[in-house]
Design a protein around this ligand. Sequence first.
Ligand SMILES: [Zn+2]
Length: 194
Amino acid sequence: VGGFVFLGAHRALDFVNTWTVDRGAPVERLGGFAALVDWARAAKLLAAVDAEVALARWAAQPQPAVHAEARALREAVRAWLRDPAALDPLLARVNTELSRIEPRVQVANVDGGLVTQAWLDDARPEALLRALAADVADLLCHVPRHEIRPCGARDCHLWFRAWHRTAVRTWCSNERCGGRTRTARWAERASRHR
Ligand SMILES: [Zn+2]
């Protein structure tokens, strides 16, 4: 869906990775409000059914402000990832979104398991911002900073969490960057010895 990548091992990092660089060219995957809802659905931030309801209701009226605020939140996270000193502006933004009225929650029986889901039927589109901010809050409060890393490839701007069995992880993924970078290094070494 939408060319989204889910390699971050944390949903807030997957959110950051909706802007990236592919072979030197910037790629923006949150081009508009509909793309934001598509991403939220693909990331399971919203239940699929709720995403359909939300899209249908919200699409009737474009939500440029929600889209713009979501991207601003994303860029505040990125600024903090690049420079831990940029924490205060990020906290201000996260707390603004968290102070929004919470969407109602319901308990649903999904494939035999009970889960809480946001009841978006009567929620305004700003509910998305609150849900995104809750993910960022989890990243800030529950993920040690040293576990958050940028991909080791020079021209890749993806971020991911490396922990437990993936603690020595270097690349966003072996397919996307690991093999490519090893091949390039091998070619570089080979040409030097020629
Ligand atoms: Zn990469």
